[in-house]
Design a protein around this ligand. Structure first.
Ligand code: CP3
Length: 341
């Protein structure tokens, strides 16, 4: 078993630097498209044999140092009682949205074994299949990001309904956040029990809050999850997209690994938080459109900045785009390995 990823999570500097890609299983891979051509996305997530199969595709095709469970951050919300559909080209739809006290009363805490058995079964299959390969990462959304999907009813640009609830009726918002936090905690614990060896918590939309609001309405809930998993014994990565203005707050959560998007250079992060941090990231996903020589220079730059931290896991600063060729993704992984060997 290639343990480089887990060792780096625990703060060990490794040669080569481990690398995986957010959204590494997905539409840029013809092997994924082939399965998706006759299976809709939700069915794929809920069929353990198929979900396990697409999880393994990037491990075999790209040679990444970790596998990430194939699922979606919105899957447990359906278990909590929201509607969930994925519309081609429009993204996720949660109908009806959660905006009133009555809406919240309709929700229930998730029971992972009853509501998402397919996720746990996918993890069990994967641990068998991956036993001599790479570690398996489980994941969830962070409470704030999950709340935005519930309250907006889907993807949003301004988060007007979320922010309206949080400013107009903060006690209602915190009730919803408490419910999501408890559910996420039991969901992640169940993933670890099933065999997940590390966890990533995605806070994709918390960067839309200013520091004061992030510290009041997002961070405490994410921290509760991180604290609540302390005894589970697996490293946790907390990824706040667009979170350069709240790095100190993120660090105060005590999380093992700080996931970074591409906007804040690792150098800057180290100078702000000190060298005793483990970072994951952070090449702009669009840098994969660069010609080879320039891509190599960018990777070398991120690697040399990563050496200023206690340990570094290489990744993109957000998910790989469907427009990237599998050959380029493969080259990217090879370059990271060669340049850090
Ligand atoms: O990283 C992986 O390979 C594991 C699987 C994974 C998916 N989604 C599969 C997926 C993970 C970890 C996620 C997380 C996720 N999902 C996030 C957080 C990370 C981020 O991107 O910031 C968010 C915000 C979502 C919500 C979501 N899921 C949206 C907005 C969409 C539609 C947009 C899109 O890219 O199509 C999805 C769908 C989705 N989730 C797809 C995949 C592979 C595409 C589905 C398809 O058409 O096949």
């Amino acid at each position: 078993m290639n343990e480089a990823f887990l060792r780096a999570c625990k703060g060990e500097r490794t040669k080569p630097v481990p690398v995986w890609l957010m959204r590494q299983a997905g539409r840029y891979l013809p092997a994924y498209q082939k399965i998706r051509s006759d299976t809709d996305f939700l069915t794929l997530c809920k069929t353990p044999e198929l979900a396990a199969k697409v999880t393994l595709q990037p491990v075999d095709i790209l040679g990444v140092d970790a596998a990430i469970l194939f699922s979606d951050i919105l899957i447990p919300l359906e278990g909590m009682g929201t509607g969930l559909e994925f519309h081609e080209g429009r993204g996720p739809v949660l109908n009806p949205p959660v905006r009133t006290e009555q809406d919240i009363n309709r929700l229930r805490p998730i029971d992972p074994v009853a509501h998402v058995p397919f996720v746990l079964e996918t993890i069990r299959i994967l641990r068998k299949e991956l036993s001599d390969k790479v570690p398996l990462i489980g994941f969830s959304g962070a409470p704030f990001t999950l709340a935005t999907y519930m309250i907006e009813g889907g993807t949003s640009k301004s988060f007007v309904y979320t922010k309206r609830m949080l400013f107009e009726t903060p006690s209602l918002f915190s009730r919803l956040m408490d419910l999501i936090t408890e559910s996420t905690l039991s969901y992640l614990k169940a993933q670890v029990e099933a065999g997940a060896q590390a966890l990533q918590v995605f806070d994709t939309w918390a960067g839309s809050l200013c520091k004061e609001d992030y510290e009041r309405h997002a961070l405490p809930y994410a921290t509760r999850i991180i604290d609540g998993l302390r005894d589970a014994g697996v490293p946790i990565i907390y990824f706040v997209f667009n979170g350069g203005h709240v790095l100190e707050s993120i660090h105060s959560s005590g999380v093992d690994v700080i996931g970074l998007d591409w906007r804040t250079e690792i150098e800057t992060v180290v100078s702000r938080l000190g060298p005793d941090i483990v970072v994951q990231g952070n090449l702009d996903p669009c840098a994969l459109f660069l010609p080879e020589i320039e891509l190599k220079q960018r990777i070398a730059s991120v690697l040399s900045q990563g050496r200023k931290a206690k340990a570094h896991i290489f990744n993109l600063g957000h998910g790989i785009l469907p427009e990237i060729s599998p050959e380029k993704a493969k080259l990217f992984v090879k370059m990271v390995h060669e340049l850090s060997a």
